[in-house]
Design a protein around this ligand. Structure first.
Ligand code: SUG
Length: 448
């Protein structure tokens, strides 16, 4: 049976804005309070989805969160009508209103961790929604994420869904941004690679000093247990705490993997040799020939990797078996990174081509090509069981671009978030979207 890696990209929501909410994420902090352009952001994302579909990849869409999240504001004590909740939050606690309008749900690499059926004990595809509990504005995502994933992958014969881990920092879980799966073929048992920033219960593990380590070892282990992964099918590795302190807030800012290949920065991991040897050994036992490309720090410094998002790229296997790297425009703008990429292509290694996309609206909040997608490896039967409404087609692309053009503003500043009309616009748009994507009722305003 044929198997595929399907990329489900987050559709950028109508409140895409630069709130400066993410301490440790350099782009979020440096673009705080700038005017955003939600329409352009959503269209840039759709452009990438269409391009991948046109290249022959199976492409899906993941719906955004309901924002402003009035229910979250109510939990914090703001009462009255929905409009009054927003008005009061704007007057008394603007940062909370900004958090409740956050654009962050578009980075669906953080939505969940997904294990393909070839790896799991019960032969189903497993999903665990990420609790994202390091930041308030992200911790409010998982209930809606779970409902949306449930509506997309509804068939219990093929798909198993787990609730987010306990919402405490000790189980901080950032989903697939710290999870990579290696395999010979998407349909064969592979090795799932979990990268954590610290241990919550064992003080022998070093931790970063300046910025938070969002993912804990204990969270990664819990997800592996929930998914029924075997000892032979997992590798856990600690991220280098020194790079977290340089703005590498997720592993996907410093490494990307696909198939049998890991593309990573020389400084990505704490114990690089041991990590690579373990991956090599466990993949060899699965009949796979693990390879890694280490980018030397004297060619690309960690700072260049963080600014350009070289590693927040999509590494895709083309029909002929060679690999394609999808990078953001910022990589071309950085002379050292661009020179490295030219050399990489010329080296006749596994990465044969680089394609550049303009994702500036997303990048300004720390979201590159890899952040914008959740990978789900599926066999033909499983793909047939996915809600067909969320699989990208030329017609769906047309419908979604028209939907964006009709509902989205082209400029959003902090003050605009206090406009009660924005809430009405967002709900009108999302209500229409759930019909377009055939999701049923998934948003709090639709079910409460
Ligand atoms: O959690 N940015 C997100 C970016 C997440 C990127 N995801 C991956 N690398 N997989 C975050 O830091 C910024 C929101 C703001 O400032 O408005 C934000 O949350």
């Amino acid at each position: 049976m044929k198997s595929f890696e399907v990329n489900f990209d987050g559709l950028v929501g109508p409140t895409h804005n630069y709130g400066g909410l993410s301490f440790g994420n350099v782009a979020s902090q440096s673009n705080s309070q700038q005017a955003s352009n939600p329409r352009e952001a959503a269209l840039q994302g759709l452009e990438k989805m269409k391009a991948l579909m046109d290249m022959g990849f199976v492409q899906g869409v993941l719906a955004p969160q309901e924002r402003p999240d009035v229910a979250a504001l109510r939990r914090l004590g703001f009462g009255g009508s929905d409009a009054q909740v927003i008005e009061r939050a704007a007057k008394e606690a603007m940062p909370l209103l900004v958090a409740s309008c956050s654009a962050s749900s578009m980075w669906v690499a953080n939505a969940a961790t997904v294990s393909p059926s070839a790896d799991t004990a019960d032969g189903r595809v497993h999903f665990t929604a990420a609790n994202l509990n390091c930041k308030f504005h992200r911790s409010i995502e998982h209930p809606t994420t779970s409902r949306v994933l449930g509506a997309m992958f509804a068939d219990h014969d093929h798909f198993a869904h787990h609730a987010a881990l306990p919402a405490v920092a000790q189980f901080g879980d950032e989903g697939a941004a710290n999870h990579t799966r290696f395999c010979r073929d998407y349909g064969e048992a592979g090795v799932e690679f979990f990268v954590y920033g610290r241990s919550a219960f064992d003080s022998r593990y070093p931790a970063p000093q300046k910025y938070p380590a969002r993912q804990t070892l204990e969270a990664s282990q819990a997800v592996a247990r929930l998914h029924g992964l075997s000892e032979e099918g997992v590798v856990f590795a600690q991220q280098n705490p020194a790079v977290i302190d340089q703005g590498v807030f997720h592993n996907d800012v410093i490494a990307v993997g696909n198939g049998e290949l890991l593309f990573h920065h020389q400084d990505a991991f704490l114990n690089t040799e041991q990590t690579l040897a373990e991956l090599h050994g466990k993949l060899a036992a699965r009949g796979a020939n693990f390879q890694s490309i280490s980018v030397p720090r004297d060619q690309v410094a960690v700072e260049d990797a963080v600014r350009s998002y070289l590693f927040n790229s999509q590494l895709l296997t083309r029909a002929n078996g060679s690999m394609l790297l999808i990078v953001p425009e910022e990589c071309r703008a950085n002379p050292r990174v661009w020179q490295y990429l030219q050399g990489l292509i010329a080296s006749a290694g596994p990465i044969a081509e680089v394609k550049v996309f303009d994702l500036k609206q997303s990048m300004q909040n720390g979201g590159g090509p890899a952040c914008l997608r959740l990978r789900v490896a599926l066999n033909e039967k499983e793909l047939a069981a996915v809600n067909p409404g969320v699989i990208m087609t030329p017609a769906l692309y047309e419908t979604l671009t028209q939907w964006v053009s009709k509902h989205y503003r082209d400029a959003l500043r902090e003050n605009d978030l206090a406009d009660p009309q924005l809430l009405i616009e967002c709900r009108t748009a999302l209500d229409e979207l759930t019909n377009i994507l055939k999701l049923g009722s998934v948003y709090p305003f639709q079910i409460n």
